[in-house]
Design a protein around this ligand. Structure first.
Ligand code: SF4
Length: 196
């Protein structure tokens, strides 16, 4: 069922590996760092979610139970808040690793990279959220958004040439994956409303 999507992920992973290598001097990502998974709303398409859920049902039953309890708790908290609800990902283990690492969504795969973004004022460079925590790019920048001229001054290799939004990956599929349908995009928790 997921064979085409798995092939697609292989292609994307190969691309992203090159992107991480090209930005290596400013990347602090390493095993045990889970900052990207500690606070977010993790937008995922239907396809990504179905792939994750297929992985969830294959996990040890105790772990599944723990994850489902965590999702219920988060959903209850979310109901009390207005607007965007930022939270720890329920798939993050106590040892700070992802229970579903091989199945993680595109947003997770792109965490940590700098990319070009478009705004009303033209192109700028968007830095990863962890710059604010003294991690990726923090030795050269403070803010999350940087003018291109300033970015070039530091001699950094080119950031990813497009936005790292899921929309980009959905709309710019290589021709061999043109049959792939991502479907609707929702924050991770919203996929569990009335489902847990
Ligand atoms: S799915 Fe895994 S990699 Fe993605 S945010 Fe959750 S714990 Fe992190």
């Amino acid at each position: 069922m997921f064979s085409l999507y798995r092939k697609y992920l292989e292609v994307i992973d190969a691309e992203l590996t090159m992107d991480f290598v090209s930005q290596q001097p400013f990347i602090k990502c390493k095993k045990g760092c889970s900052l990207c998974c500690e606070e977010g709303d993790y937008p995922l398409s239907r396809l990504e979610m179905e792939y994750l859920m297929a992985g969830l049902t294959a996990l040890d039953t105790e772990i599944q139970k723990k994850i489902r309890i965590s999702i219920k708790t988060l959903l209850a908290e979310k109901q009390k808040t207005d607007g965007r609800f930022m939270h720890k990902c329920p798939f993050l283990s106590d040892s700070k690793s992802c229970y579903l690492y091989e199945r993680r969504g595109l947003i997770c795969r792109t965490f940590g990279l700098a990319s070009f973004e478009k705004s009303e004022n033209g192109l700028f460079v968007k830095l990863p959220e962890c710059v604010k925590a003294g991690l990726n790019y923090s030795e050269v920048f403070e803010g999350k958004e940087v003018e291109i001229a300033k970015f070039k001054k530091f001699g950094v290799e080119a950031p990813v040439k497009h936005s790292l939004n899921l929309n980009y990956y959905e709309k710019n599929l290589p021709s061999e994956f043109s049959g792939l349908e991502f479907g609707e995009i929702r924050p991770l928790l919203d996929w569990f409303i009335q489902k847990v």
